[in-house]
Ligand binder design. Structure first.
Ligand code: GLU
Length: 322
């Protein structure tokens, strides 16, 4: 097994080719169960890469703000680990892949009362309930959004219309919240915890911001642009493990097997990918496959990994040169 050296130019060329290829891929439909998402232009498509030295590579609609949705589970899991340690998150929520859809109630029952992982709806609502300061909705919201701002190096913006659209239709998540409450897995007021989860899903971000968040994780907790340490280096492998095991819901195994890229998707059409020590990537295109993963974003990231010949499991040391 040989080590590998890759230049910025090669990464940029791979991203350009992957973007061009994925732009031709058809198929999928916008998330229809959240009215706001159903009406987003399905033709939008962006691909962003950030390297550990802060170099940003962007193609397409990379400044369009879309609903972060499930990808918000990543920063809030990080915040729960910052505040309560990775062991605290393991004890209170767990780290098991469910192998079931993101909003599964069955998964809670199967896991024997456990929310499973902070990267599915149940665990994410539980994670929101863990965030300090307890009992203080405004304080918790500030902690959640400040953390996202530090990870991205710029602030997300709440999409009010999306927040109202989700709040009016989140009946399944209400059921999850109260079932978890029944099992003592909600660690603050249940309605407040659900509201914080719904609100964080409704934050608008760009693919460029998500690539910076991914690069911060890939760089062991240091934001490559601001230079600030956002979280302890020991948290990076924990969050990357959660992303790898459950980031694509019931397709997580297939996705990791095929792409070699730990990645987290959201029903807003975004996908964030982390290749530790190498790069953060993010793609955005609204039409989704039946598991809720963006069709074009998947195609772009998969193609990029193929062209570069990289993969988290291949055991090679990757050096990036200018
Ligand atoms: N807000 C969405 C929900 O709770 C997020 C789902 C997702 O992106 O997977 O259903």
């Amino acid at each position: 097994m040989t080590d590998i050296t890759i230049s910025h130019e090669q990464i940029e060329a791979a991203a350009r080719e992957a973007y061009g290829y994925a732009a031709t891929i058809k198929g999928g439909v916008n998330a229809h169960y959240i009215p706001y998402l159903a009406n987003i232009d399905p033709g939008l498509f962006g691909l962003s890469v950030m390297l550990p030295d802060g170099t940003a590579i962007d193609f397409g609609d990379t400044t369009y703000r879309f609903g972060i949705e499930s990808i918000s589970k990543v920063p809030t899991a990080i915040l729960a680990m910052i505040q309560h340690t990775p062991q605290g998150v393991l004890d209170k929520i767990g780290a098991d892949a469910t192998g079931l859809p993101f909003n599964s109630i069955f998964a809670i029952l199967l896991e024997n009362d456990h929310p499973s992982t902070p990267l599915v709806n149940a665990g994410a609502i539980s994670a929101c309930s863990m965030i300090d300061p307890k009992g203080d909705s405004d304080g918790k919201w500030k902690a959640i959004t400040d953390n996202i701002t530090a990870l991205c190096g710029s602030a997300p913006q709440l999409i009010d219309e999306l927040y109202h659209s989700e709040s009016a239709t989140n009946f399944n998540n209400r059921a999850i919240t109260w079932l978890l409450k029944n099992y003592d897995r909600i660690y603050d007021d249940p309605d407040m915890s659900l509201d914080l989860y719904t609100r964080q899903c409704s934050l608008g971000v760009t693919s460029a911001q998500l690539a910076a968040m991914a690069a911060t994780i890939a760089s062991g907790g240091v934001n490559p642009v601001s230079g600030a340490r956002v979280f302890d280096a020991a948290i990076a492998p924990k969050i990357t493990t959660l992303i790898a095991t459950v980031g694509f819901y019931q397709h997580s195994g297939d996705w990791l097997y095929t792409s070699g890229l730990p990645a987290k998707s959201g029903v807003g059409g975004g996908v964030l990918g982390v290749l530790p020590g190498v790069m953060g990537v993010a793609a955005f295109a609204p039409p989704l496959d039946e598991a809720g993963n963006s069709v074009k974003a998947q195609a772009a990231l998969l193609k990029m990994m193929e062209i570069l010949g990289l993969g988290i499991m291949d055991g090679r040391r990757v050096t990036i040169v200018k």
